[in-house]
Design a protein. Structure first.
Lengths: 198, 367
């Protein structure tokens, strides 16, 4: 498969939220979630899907450094803070909301964590011909979701020369400019193209 | 099947695979009291863990762990024909082992993760040119997840060789964290025992070299499943571990269980393994001896699984004289006869965030 359709959505959360989120009853101890975990849940609540992925790749730019600092600098005694020092915990609440289970892999490769996650997701979809989600949440509480392999407003293609991985910041700039270049390189020979009007 | 070409290891048992095997096989518990006098947060409990051997002082945690990782690589690569590696992929499996040097200083730059640069550093030091490289951080299932990703790379014909680096360390951050979860034993790790009360933490640096060619030992399958149940405990139904097991087609002779010696983990593993396999395989574990080495534990157990097959014997749960009477699997307890000659060994991992993983190795080519 050389061309993969991709649906991209994102959501900027208010964190911490004043009051309960709409999904509070469905996630155990929602009030203990850190910002990225909260953001992914908010994104799902804003943009739920019927189709579920066969694989989730969680991009973790910056690792869990923010949550690490919260745990350490507040005395390293809070179990609620400690659990969020692992990237896999970011998806745990989301999986409860989605009622989903399956293979999940947390990747980091700063400053190319997102581009690496996207290229790995694209490779997996190309091999397995199933839907893969690439999820993540940046330092500004913007949670994002790329649904690779279903319908979508973007497409990933391979065919060009293998290029170096772009910086995540370059991808973020490209994603934020709806009237910018239609295509951006993702590395590993993959590129992402915005559909006309997207 | 993917060939397990070579491996190297440093654990609390010592430097080298021979030290690891001898230590675990001889029934030795390598946990010891920790000197916390210069820790930024001093524990209010008796801190014990299974630390890597230190023949000298290191500048910091990163240097100490990386030195052991490099030693493990030197062991793994001693007989490697570097010209035959082909297209090389490198995966680093790690969690919080390297956090200590940075996290206690409020002036540290925390904007970028500090694991990815270690990959670059390793490739430079090992003189490896990687066609693809990435860090996998899937909690205690990180090594298994690295193996899973490696199988995807091989299936897509993206690589000829994959080097898996698995390393994690223990310091105040990790120790305090697990203590806050009440997951640590106050005495010793006694997996599957009726009076088990938690785990011991440990450190390890392991390198595994995989290739798409027949070897003495082959990796026959890796199963990975994440469930949305709870943050730090598995669903008592064991469904996620059952789903992971579906990736494996054959019954093992021996299981190296995750066996953390926490109440819940051991219940789930006994229930699932017995339901899935019955009494066919014997069950054992390694964390009672060298500690729970976090992201590296899967790689440690892969090495032990391979050595069990090569040496045609197993190893016991050295701290477990008797198993919880409610458990139904067949366990290699402290005094059990080692009458197993495994040809196929399964090793499992359960990670925070609901991640469950299994992998299996078996004899492929007779030496």
């Amino acid at each position: 498969m050389r061309q993969i359709r991709c649906a991209f959505v994102f959501h900027k959360s208010i964190f911490p939220l004043k009051g309960e989120p709409s999904w509070h009853a469905r996630v155990d101890r929602w009030y203990q979630l850190d910002a990225p975990a909260f953001g992914l849940c908010e994104l799902w609540s804003q943009a739920p899907t019927v189709e579920k992925p066969a694989l989730i790749v969680l991009a973790s730019p910056g690792g869990c450094n923010g949550s690490d600092a919260l745990f350490a600098l507040q005395g390293a005694s809070s179990p609620a803070r400690f659990v969020h020092t692992l990237p896999s915990l970011r998806a745990s609440a989301l999986l409860q909301l989605m009622n989903w289970h399956g293979p999940l892999i947390c990747l980091q490769n700063d400053p190319h964590s997102l581009s690496r996650a996207l290229s790995e997701g694209a490779e997996w979809v190309s091999l397995n011909q199933q839907v893969c989600w690439v999820l993540g949440c940046d330092a500004d509480y913007v949670a994002y979701r790329f649904c690779l392999g279903g319908e979508g407003n973007m497409r990933l293609e391979r065919g060009g020369a293998a290029a170096a991985l772009p910086l995540d910041s370059e991808i973020n700039v490209w994603l934020g400019k709806s009237n910018g270049e239609p295509t951006a390189a993702l590395g590993g020979g993959w590129q992402i193209t915005r559909a006309a009007g997207a | 099947m993917i060939g397990v070409v070579a491996y190297g290891a440093s654990t609390a048992a010592g430097e080298g695979v021979e030290a690891l095997w001898s230590g675990v096989h001889s029934g030795r518990d390598f946990s010891r009291a920790l000197d916390c006098s210069d820790w930024p947060v001093k524990p209010d409990f008796a801190a014990r863990a299974c630390l890597l051997p230190s023949s000298r002082e290191f500048e910091n945690q990163e240097e100490r762990l990386f030195t052991h990782l490099h030693r493990a690589w030197r062991e793994a690569s001693a007989d490697l024909d570097r010209g035959q590696l082909g297209r090389v992929g490198v995966i680093l499996a790690s969690t919080k082992g390297f956090v200590e040097d940075r996290i206690w200083n409020s002036n540290s730059d925390l904007r970028q993760d500090f694991l990815a640069p270690l990959l670059t550093r390793f490739c430079r030091l090992a003189e490896v040119t990687a066609v693809t490289q990435v860090v996998v951080s899937n909690a205690c299932a990180s090594s298994h997840s690295a193996l899973w990703l490696a199988t995807q790379w091989f299936q897509a014909d993206r690589v000829d060789t994959v080097i898996v680096l698995a390393v994690d360390g223990v310091g105040p951050f990790v120790l305090q964290g697990f203590h806050s979860l009440q997951a640590l034993s106050v005495s010793s790790a006694r997996p599957f025992a009726p009076d088990r009360d938690g785990m011991r933490l440990g450190e390890a640096a392991v390198v595994v070299v995989l290739a798409s060619k027949p070897c003495a030992i082959g990796l026959t399958g890796v199963g990975l499943d994440a469930e949305g149940f709870a943050a730090v405990r598995p669903s008592p139904s064991g469904q996620s571990l059952r789903r992971a097991l579906r990736a494996l087609a054959s019954v093992p002779d021996m299981i190296i269980a995750h066996a953390t010696a926490t109440v819940l983990n051991d219940v789930v593993e006994d229930q699932v393994f017995h339901t899935h396999f019955g009494l066919a395989p014997v069950v054992t574990g390694s964390k009672w001896s060298i500690g729970h080495t976090l992201a590296a534990c899967g790689a440690v157990d892969l090495v032990l699984a391979c050595e069990s097959i090569i040496r045609r014997t197993g190893f016991r749960l050295g701290n477990t004289p008797e198993v919880d009477p409610s458990f139904r699997c067949r366990y290699l307890t402290q005094n059990a006869a080692l009458d197993v000659e495994p040809e196929r060994v399964l090793f499992s991992a359960l990670g925070f965030g609901g991640i469950h993983a299994v992998a299996q190795v078996e004899r492929w080519l007779d030496a």
